[in-house]
Design a protein. Sequence first.
Length: 185
Amino acid sequence: MSISNDSKVENRSFIAELEYRADGDGRTITGIAVPYDVEQRVAPGLTEVFRKGAFADVVKAAFRVKLLRGHDANAFPLGRATLLRETDKGLYGEFRISNTKAGDEVLELVRDGALDQLSIGFMPLKNRKRADGVVERLKAHLAEVSLVTFGAYGDLASVTGMRQSTDVDSPRLDQARDILAKLKA
């Protein structure tokens, strides 16, 4: 095994499965931004796995992590993280969507299930390359989290909820996904 430290920002994406809850004001999405202990081929010749603890330093300063759309750092952010914590499943986050036109549009796309994946922009700080070529991400700087259309990790990262006010009459996304799954079967 070899240990390396890289310095360029990389992006990884994950599907965000939404469930609606009737608490909050409807502007917070929650879920796993990065799954842990799951090997994933992200490019030809590159299989990686994030280990628990990789983002331990960022949880103390979650408010600094911005939520973007499609890693577009040139556009205004959609919002920011209000909570980050490491769990056995992965890096869990809560993200407050700002009350702006872009924020309203994104929330509608999320409610409809059209925008349902998360992606991270990160800078690898400490890696270990195993004999089989898999790169273990041991420590990384989380630059940003993005909502994206298509993700690299498939359904391995999931948004566990979207807090919404009780007066919203949106259909439950999990019910829509169940219907789609039955149609595919």
